[in-house]
Design a protein around this ligand. Structure first.
Ligand code: FE
Ligand code: FE
Ligand code: MG
Length: 162
């Protein structure tokens, strides 16, 4: 990476790269959970739910890209093997084995709540120490907060169906 760019990072770069790779594992698993969920989901307001799940899948994939850019800037190696997603993930993977809309949305809410915690912790770790990672984590956190609210709003709509 750029030497001056690395010099201004006030945290242990190895630990930071590890934290970024763990978040990268989460984003890939979240991407697939949304992507496959959008295909198998069945039940009330399915169309609206599919639109939301597909949008979120694209956001998670974009987050994965942002993390990889930062890992490489820091001189790290991003996860190269999918098997490492499971080894490094913070938030895990919830297979949508029950395709009911409500169940799939609830699983994804749980994932978003975990992601919010992950980026909250990343922000705390780099605040005033690594502005570039801070900025990235802040942007991702705002997306995850929006995702949680979108899903919970859909669940509220479903609860109103008589
Ligand atoms: Fe994400
Ligand atoms: Fe999300
Ligand atoms: Mg949305």
């Amino acid at each position: 990476m750029g030497t001056k760019g690395k010099e201004i990072v006030g945290v242990d770069v190895g630990n930071l790269i590890e934290m970024l790779n763990k978040a990268l594992a989460d984003e890939w698993l979240a991407y697939y959970q949304y992507w496959i969920g959008a295909k198998v989901i069945r039940g009330p307001i399915r169309g609206e739910a599919v639109t939301e799940l597909e949008q979120h899948a694209l956001d998670e994939l974009r987050h994965a890209g942002m993390l990889v850019v930062r890992i490489i800037q820091l001189g790290g190696t991003p996860i190269l093997k999918p098997e490492d997603w499971y080894k490094l993930t913070n938030c895990g993977y919830d297979a949508p084995v029950d395709p009911a809309v409500k169940r799939v949305l609830e699983q994804n809410v749980k994932g978003e709540q975990c992601a919010i915690g992950v980026y909250r912790a990343m922000i705390d770790a780099v605040k005033d120490k690594d502005d570039v990672t801070y900025n990235m984590a802040l942007e991702i956190l705002s997306n995850e907060v929006e995702h949680e609210e979108d899903l919970q709003a859909l669940l509220e709509d479903i609860a109103l169906i008589k």
